[in-house]
Design a protein around this ligand. Structure first.
Ligand code: SF4
Length: 316
């Protein structure tokens, strides 16, 4: 599995001042699970060190201007950004982590200056980030700063692993039966993202119009990627926990029921992390050997060593 990253996040000394911006999570955690593919549009086109640049609003058009010589370098940066975005597309990436606030790599809140002024009330998207988004609008993307938020980090990692699963599934020439299996395994994970998406995906798989497999898969792919791009929250996740509990509530005694429901409530109240409830539910899934629940990605969405569900703040 490959993830694109802004090169400086790996510690590569490619920033305008010759420094890097090593990000601990990218280098120490993501690198364990993904091949990191670095991109630095500015170093490629301007070299390092170089004059710093800024985004400037010139009569409603975003231009890239160098800070000292006030040279307009929009075309150079735009061309290299589009070239690298195409290369990123051909790499079959399953996600991208960009450097925040950079005029090339920032995905939001990049300063956009007024022309011939130091005023910057407006915000924009970096040129390279925009090129990648335009080329692959449904690719999971995040910025280094935002990944310090456990909720955004959990959502992003879940999205990347699901994205990669879909890629592998589609690469294996799936049949209708395979699609039903894939969809079944993501039932509760998608449900935890949004009920509308869940219903929509179900109707695509049901294929009442008897469409060709290829067109069903294409529609499913887009709807699935949109579904997993939504952020989960405590209430939706709590509902999924209750649904799963429903599978064995008639098979267990009153004490066991109370134990599970208390755990679900404590998760909802932010007292215990999700992993505590999931571990408990997994015990019952194993005990009753429930084949349907056993394959649910919601219960095991990514390697447990990432420990993302161990943080109470990973849900809100
Ligand atoms: S933010 Fe982007 S353009 Fe700037 S140094 Fe890092 S990788 Fe290069």
């Amino acid at each position: 599995m490959k993830i694109g990253v802004s090169s400086c996040l790996l510690g590569t000394q490619c920033r305008y001042d010759g420094a890097g911006s090593k990000d601990g999570f990218v280098v120490n955690e993501l690198a364990k699970y993904f091949e990191l593919v670095p991109y630095c549009p500015e170093a490629m086109v301007f070299g390092t060190p170089r004059e710093s640049i800024r985004l400037v609003d010139v009569e409603g058009e975003i231009r890239v201007i160098s800070n000292k010589e006030h040279k307009d370098v929009t075309k150079e940066l735009k061309d290299i950004s589009e070239q690298l975005a195409l290369e990123a597309f051909e790499e079959n990436l399953c996600g991208f982590v960009f450097k925040a606030k950079s005029p090339s790599c920032g995905i939001e809140r990049v300063k956009l200056y007024e022309n011939n002024s130091n005023m910057c009330e407006k915000k924009a998207v970096g040129l390279f980030a925009k090129a990648v988004i335009d080329k692959q609008p449904l690719l999971p993307i995040e910025e280094d700063g935002r990944l310090n938020d456990p909720w955004l980090k959990e959502n992003f990692l879940m999205q990347i692993f699901a994205f990669s699963d879909l890629q592998k599934f589609l690469d294996n020439n799936p049949s209708f039966k395979d699609l039903v299996e894939f969809h079944t395994s993501y039932k509760y994970l998608v449900y935890a993202k949004g009920q509308e998406s869940y219903k929509h995906l179900g109707s695509i798989v049901a294929n009442h119009d008897k469409r060709e497999l290829e067109s069903v898969l294409e529609e499913y792919k887009i709807a699935f990627l949109k579904a997993i791009s939504q952020k989960g929250n405590i209430n939706k996740t709590y509902n999924v926990l209750l649904h799963i509990f429903g599978y064995f509530k008639k098979l267990i005694n009153a004490d066991e029921k109370e134990h599970i429901l208390t755990a679900c409530q404590e998760y909802k109240d932010g007292i215990i992390p999700l992993i505590a409830v999931v571990k408990l539910l997994n015990l019952y899934v194993k005990r009753f050997d429930d084949k349907y629940l056993k394959v649910q990605k919601f219960l095991n969405p990514y390697p447990k060593e990432l420990a993302l569900r161990s943080d109470v703040k990973a849900y809100k």
